[in-house]
Design a protein around this ligand. Structure first.
Ligand SMILES: Cc1cc2nc3c(=O)[nH]c(=O)nc-3n(C[C@H](O)[C@H](O)[C@H](O)COP(=O)(O)OP(=O)(O)OC[C@H]3O[C@@H](n4cnc5c(N)ncnc54)[C@H](O)[C@@H]3O)c2cc1C
Length: 488
């Protein structure tokens, strides 16, 4: 009896809202703020679910931290370039497979430490002498053992600490791990690579959480033709307004009002905020009423790291046929590495990738000085290196559209921050890599959060109008087409 009463009530409510909507004579509407992977995925999904969608993007281009540049005459990525997790479980696999975009697998390893197999490295000291490969492999194993020791420290201390502090404690407790000379420098290089993964220095990475990230199986695959085709495919047919930097979001009882810097305003039933965490931290978007304290705390407490790329285009290939060239040094700050795109894509291109404090320091330089700095590092490996014919320099840390490269777990912060960042506030939904519980800091993580925010938004808006059953679900099934993976 009770359930019947309830369903009658629901029916009445549904009819009532259906009438309201009929009177309104329009589809449910949403404004998506931010045209990176998360925002575009959300906009696509909601448009496919018959929502009226407007996407506002501050830059004059789409893609955000996906930025494929074609000025060399072929694609190179200044932002994301790997698909982390080359497997059918990767939410982007169906789309990448369908587009026939080739991947070059740089590692089959599923850990965060190695997106490159050990045998694909060539490391050099500052005088250009190559470090014997056996030593590189041996120190790699020692590095793993040291990290295992930090696990004991993690168990022992309830308080969180930095990876750097934990390493210092391991060296105090187990002096046999203290290395000297070239072995010490190679160990620093491994640390430098680890810092590169988090885009942060070891003294700010959380011991408690650094390895809690979920990695999909299948290793790491480079998008040989660049990531941008994925963005363009998803964006087809969307109402996108480039050059619309959002400065204010007002949420009202029956909708949202969004204002852009150029004075234009937009209203809709809901909004999806898919701007980078760095932009939210900078408070350049005013929320009215202000966001709740728990949301503001999540925004300020998640770490945002910096990794940049300085991409050199040479006339000819003059370097060894390995995937990664590295320079070892006394400190991880002094180490460096170059990705050899010739191996993966056939172009005479090397990509220098500084992270953490080094990336910050290099961003203070002019493009020319930054390129000179990177080239000096290359000269340490290959003294006869010829000058590049073209170069590109990214500035993810100071670009006001991003203000950081991707998020990481800072020391001493609770691990539910990503979820708190994701949770909606009334009719405001949040998406973007930093809202991903599982795949923080990645493209597929950003994509999943866009899909999730779209589904939450769809449910919330339609629930309101009693039309839940009328429209297509957002998360449709994709046909699975195998990924095209190579290793030259
Ligand atoms: C150098 C580098 C290398 C990386 N390598 C990899 C990799 O190999 N593999 C991987 O999986 N991930 C990688 N990442 C991370 C990956 O790029 C990001 O996690 C992902 O692209 C983030 O997508 P997003 O949609 O969350 O944010 P974004 O792509 O940053 O999109 C946010 C959008 O919001 C826009 N915006 C900002 N402010 C406003 C405003 N006020 N109003 C309107 N729009 C605004 C921005 O212009 C941007 O287009 C890398 C990142 C960097 C920087």
């Amino acid at each position: 009896m009770e359930s019947r009463t309830k369903s009658n009530h629901q029916l009445r409510r549904g009819l009532c809202y259906a009438n309201v909507d009929l009177q309104r004579g329009r589809s449910p509407s949403v404004i998506v703020i931010g045209g990176g992977m998360a925002g575009i995925a959300a906009a696509r999904a909601l448009q496919d679910a018959s929502f009226k969608v407007v996407l506002l993007e501050s830059r004059e281009r789409l893609g955000g931290r996906i930025h494929t540049d074609y000025s060399f005459g072929f694609p190179v990525d200044l932002g994301a370039s790997w698909l982390h997790g080359v497997c059918k479980e990767n939410p982007l696999a169906p789309l990448i497979g369908r587009l026939g975009l080739p991947l070059y697998r740089t590692s089959e390893d599923n850990s965060v430490l190695y997106d490159h197999d050990l045998e694909s490295y060539a490391l050099f000291d500052m005088d250009g002498n190559q470090v014997p490969q056996e030593l590189v492999t041996k120190i790699g194993k020692i590095f793993e053992m040291i990290l295992q020791e930090t696990e004991n420290i993690r168990q022992e201390f309830s308080e969180d600490m930095s990876i750097q502090r934990a390493l210092t404690m391991v060296f105090e407790r187990k002096p046999e791990f203290r290395l000297e000379g070239i072995s010490h420098k190679v160990l620093q290089w491994y640390l430098c690579r680890m810092e590169g993964w988090f885009a942060a220095d070891a003294d700010s990475i959380s011991l408690k959480h650094w390895d809690q990230e979920v990695l999909l199986p299948g290793g790491h695959g480079l998008m040989v033709r660049g990531y941008l085709p994925v963005i363009h495919t998803l964006a087809k047919g969307l109402d996108i307004r480039l050059g619309h930097r959002v400065t204010k979001i007002v949420r009202q009882y029956n909708g949202v009002k969004v204002t852009a810097e150029n004075g234009k305003t937009f209203v809709a039933d809901a909004a999806i905020v898919a701007v980078p965490l760095g932009v939210l931290q900078a408070k350049t978007i005013k929320f009215e009423p202000k966001l709740p304290d728990w949301k503001e705390a999540a925004i300020s407490d998640i770490g945002v790291g910096i990794e940049n790329k300085i991409i050199f285009h040479f006339k000819n290939v003059f370097w060894p046929n390995v995937e990664f060239l590295g320079v070892v040094a006394e400190t991880s700050y002094g180490c460096s590495y170059f990705l050899n795109l010739h191996k993966a894509a056939g172009h005479p291109v090397l990509v220098y990738m500084p992270a953490g404090q080094l990336a910050k320091d290099i961003e203070k330089m002019s493009d020319e000085a930054a390129a000179n700095f990177a080239f000096t590092q290359l000269k340490k490996i290959l003294p006869d290196a010829s000058s590049p014919i073209q170069y590109l320099v990214s500035r993810w840390g100071t670009d006001i559209n991003t203000l950081g490269s991707y998020s990481y777990d800072a020391v001493g912060k609770p691990n539910d921050l990503y979820e708190r960042l994701r949770v909606p506030v009334d009719n405001l939904f949040f998406a973007g890599e930093a809202t991903s519980m599982l795949y923080t800091g990645s493209v597929h993580g950003a994509y999943s959060t866009g899909m999730m925010a779209a589904e939450d938004c769809r449910m919330r808006v339609l629930e309101r109008y009693g039309e839940l059953n009328l429209l297509q679900p957002v998360l449709g099934e994709d046909s699975v087409i195998p990924l095209q993976i190579s290793r030259l």
